[in-house]
Design a protein around this ligand. Sequence first.
Ligand code: PNS
Length: 162
Amino acid sequence: MTVALYPGSFDPVTKGHEDLIRRGASLFDSLIIAVAHNPAKPNSLFTPEVRMIMLNESIVKMGLQNVTVTSFTGLTVHFAKSVGADCLIRGLRVISDFEYECSMYQANAKINPHLDTFFMMPSLEFQFLSSRLVRELASHHEPVGTYVSPHVAKALKDIYHT
Ligand code: PNS
């Protein structure tokens, strides 16, 4: 049984994340999505709890049976061990992602050389999509339905009254 851990901020989950979740769920026996909760960084738009609710709704809508959602504090590599994950999944979009992902991979590998990371490219239409872009568009009352599922668009609308 292969367990993959997909850690991230998911603030909020986008169609790019959903694309990777769908594909990751078909590659691994079990996929754990972990919302990173960093109390030292209180400037996220949605609380970890709300981010988890939105992720769960996405999973139900996609009909995925082998995916669970949780949250964690501390280092991803430590959390991965505590849940028995065999590998991490990370999305790799444009070149700008590469530097950060590379350093994170190297730091994680130093702590636990047995924890591998699978980098997955989102589909072409989501290559330039990020949660930050979605938050910014929504905050300026631009529609975000192309980038996020309806339940997420509604949550953003509730915040910004778009
Ligand atoms: O969706 P994001 O913001 O790209 O996710 C980044 C995240 C949360 C996966 C990363 O920052 C992370 O793993 N945070 C937990 C602390 C940690 O393990 N940092 C890396 C040490 S090099």
